[in-house]
Unconditional design. Sequence first.
Length: 316
Amino acid sequence: MEQRENPEQKPKKMLAILAGVLAVLVIFLGILIFPSWGGFIENFKMFSLGALDVSVSVSVGNVLPEASSASLNGGDAITLTENTTTAITASGTVTDNNSCKDLASVSIAVYKDGTTCAVIGDADNDNCYFYTDSDPTNDASCTGDDDVTYAASYAFNIQYYADGGTWEATIISSDVVGAGTPDTSAGVTLNDLQALDVGSIAYGSVNPGADSTGDHTADVTNTGNTAVDFKISGTDLTCDARGSIPVTSEQYDLAGFSYGAGTALSGTPTDVDANLPAPSTATVPVQDTSYWQVSIPNGTKGTCSGTTSFAVEAAL
């Protein structure tokens, strides 16, 4: 006897058929789109789990360098040495958060307060000294790309005639974009230097009972950094064979003269109003010429020698 299909099973059968067709379509599409079922399954997992690789980017901005901790001569006063140079050090730190390798230049200016000292062209030995490191990336203090600091330091040789007063140091830096933030040290005092250099006095040969003639000179040179006068004093001249010449037998003036018209030397320091200005260069000395004459008493013989002292003092 033929078994009849239950009418209630028809919808279920149709759904099963549709599910099978859908599965076949999915498999067919997977074969077309993906090279293997493994790729299909992995991508299916990726889509189903929401794991997507996305690109990430950021633009790092430029930060201008910044100087700090500027110092001049360790904060100590500067004492010059006559007729030569004195070494002092100016230092500080430059920070560039893009790396010290980004620095283009670092400069150090050492100058008297109130003067212009911003570029190498301002340097003049009187009140402005300037140094530039034009390749700071090769400095020993800049060790690598992750190092953001540069140790700025330089020893300046300050001339003996540099202007006295308050001096400062400024650290100046720049990167490939532009100038950074400078830093200026506390002021230190550059002391006044009052100093002279004087040549020897030679009268030549003069007979007993006679006066010297002609010009006998000693150049007085200002070897400091301020205008000066001086005081003169002396001693008797002692002769190696016989007798001596009293100190008062020597006379001087700041212009040529004949014996009897000058000022008698004495053992007491006497002011000479020379008013020698401070020099502004080592190659052009500031000096005055002193003129000397002597009278030789009878009873003397041989080579006679003594001492004449020039004591420096501030110009009146």
